[in-house]
Design a protein around this ligand. Structure first.
Ligand SMILES: Cc1cc2nc3c(=O)[nH]c(=O)nc-3n(C[C@H](O)[C@H](O)[C@H](O)COP(=O)(O)OP(=O)(O)OC[C@H]3O[C@@H](n4cnc5c(N)ncnc54)[C@H](O)[C@@H]3O)c2cc1C
Length: 444
């Protein structure tokens, strides 16, 4: 499956580069590349544009929650590739106007700045494309880690929506001035088809599918349950839930259709194994949206985009499992532990918290342990002097003491980034193969 997806991408790159070579070698008057530096600059500039647009379309597919991609790679990985590919797109986007302006300036024996002014003042579709280009550059710059850290998620997300306008402006520019287009009908058809393919995927997976899912299941909030001081569970009911195919460990983007909530959709993992009658999400208050969760009213409609994620039993290869969670990271682990234990696997859960009051699902985990002899939960508390059990953090010493056979287990991991980093390091030192470690990050 993975190979087929990569082949699709490779084929596209071969097609566009092939067309580009064909166009420049077969152009009237012979190879453009042999006509000197200005033509080489212009041709390279055009290639940069084609690659930049390909990269932007890929960006949309990576972020579009496209099920057939997500099922293979996992949303988490797709989003990480999206971040990296963004840098390549920025590079290609910047190269295009520089190379094309430099090429024309050399041809016209003008300076770079005079040529740029001429493009902006006199060339059809260039000012629009320049605005789109500027929007994409701002977006790219805003996505760089040091800038993004200082932006609210909602502002950063809203800025991302301007990318669609920028792509429309760039598309207009390509069809008017793109030499590869105006000369080659097959490439034009391919390019239009490619844009249509991406648009159809986006519209279906981002808009139509969640609407259809809501239409079919009519999700509403059944009740809220207080788990700890800062964690509230939202129990959701719906029609024909048996047909809503969801696996323990998966997450979904939810939008609560109530005043004050409806403009934001946030990802949350299912915290109990799906039973065909209810879905439970357990949400920790960390910001404005999550702090307002206890105000949600029963009966509120819920739009669900999902389920998503590959943090599921489907990818568990071994009979023995080690699960490591900290804080609210217990949500997918809790539902998955129940499923894997019911499946007869030997499940060991290491669960870290600050103090006893912060343990989410304490009673439920005790009950699960009591009913499943093959499930063991060890609580590890870092700041609770009255705790008589394990103290400290989940570290290499604890893992090797409780799971000296970690290399023979599948490992499922979810918690704060610093804990995940330390645990991954400890597991690597214990010789646990990366292919048997599965993790869910609570940040996209
Ligand atoms: C796959 C996944 C599963 C998750 N499961 C759970 C869970 O079961 N329980 C739980 O309590 N939390 C879960 N989270 C985290 C939860 O989504 C964030 O805590 C929540 O969105 C924060 O929103 P806020 O406005 O209250 O906080 P803010 O302070 O505004 O945001 C804190 C951080 O949360 C992230 N975030 C904020 N808004 C969004 C958004 N709309 N979409 C994506 N990320 C956003 C950003 O990284 C941001 O920096 C999960 C996250 C992911 C990615």
């Amino acid at each position: 499956m993975k190979v087929a997806r990569w082949l699709l991408l490779l084929t596209h790159i071969i097609v566009v580069c092939g067309f580009w070579l064909w166009n420049h070698i077969r152009s009237p008057g012979g190879s453009l590349l042999s006509k000197g530096a200005p033509e080489v600059l212009l041709a390279t500039g055009r290639l940069a544009a084609v690659l930049a647009v390909s990269g932007i379309l890929l960006q949309l597919m990576l972020i579009g929650r496209v099920k057939w991609l997500e099922r293979t790679f996992g949303l988490d990985k797709l989003i990480r590739v999206h971040h990296k590919n963004g840098l390549l797109v920025l590079g290609a986007l910047s190269a295009h106007p520089i190379l094309v302006t430099a090429g024309h300036a050399m041809k016209e024996r003008a300076s770079f700045w005079v040529q740029l002014k001429d493009f902006l003042a006199n060339w059809d579709a260039v000012p629009l494309a320049a605005s789109g280009w500027l929007l994409l550059l701002i977006l790219g710059a805003a996505s760089l880690a040091p800038v993004r850290r200082h932006m609210r998620y909602e502002h950063w997300y809203a800025l991302h929506l301007t990318a669609y306008a920028a792509i429309a402006l760039a598309f207009f520019h390509q069809t008017r001035l793109g030499r590869d287009f105006t000369r080659n009908q097959v490439l034009t058809a391919y390019w239009f088809g490619l844009h249509a393919f991406v648009a159809v995927n986006l519209i279906f997976f981002r808009l139509l599918r969640p609407t259809l899912v809501f239409w079919r299941h009519r999700f509403t909030i059944e009740r809220l349950e207080r788990e700890t001081d800062d964690v509230t569970s939202v129990v959701i009911r719906g029609r024909a839930l048996m047909d809503f195919r969801i696996q323990a460990g998966q997450f979904m983007f939810v939008r609560f259709w109530m005043k004050g909530f409806r403009w934001q959709s946030h990802p949350f993992s299912m915290s109990r194994q799906p039973d065909g009658s209810e879905i439970r999400l357990s949400i920790k208050s960390i910001g404005d949206f999550t702090a307002a969760i206890p105000r949600l009213a029963p009966g509120t409609p819920v739009l669900i985009d999902g389920p998503h994620g590959v943090f599921t039993a489907r990818y568990c290869q071994r009979e023995k499992v080690l699960m490591v969670a900290a804080g609210i990271g217990i949500t997918p682990i809790r539902s998955l532990a129940e499923e894997l234990a019911a499946d007869g696997r030997d499940v060991l859960v290491l669960y870290g918290n600050r103090n006893e009051a912060a343990i989410v699902f304490h009673k439920e985990l005790d009950e699960l342990e009591a009913t499943c002899p093959n499930l063991r939960v060890i609580h590890i508390l870092s700041h609770d002097p009255s705790w008589t059990g394990e103290k400290g953090h989940i570290d290499a010493e604890k893992i090797s003491r409780f799971a000296s056979d970690a290399a023979e287990r599948d490992v499922f991991l979810c918690g704060p980034p610093i804990m995940m980093k330390d645990v991954l390091k400890a597991l690597a030192a214990m010789g646990v193969p990366r292919s048997t470690i599965h993790w869910e990050r609570f940040s996209l």
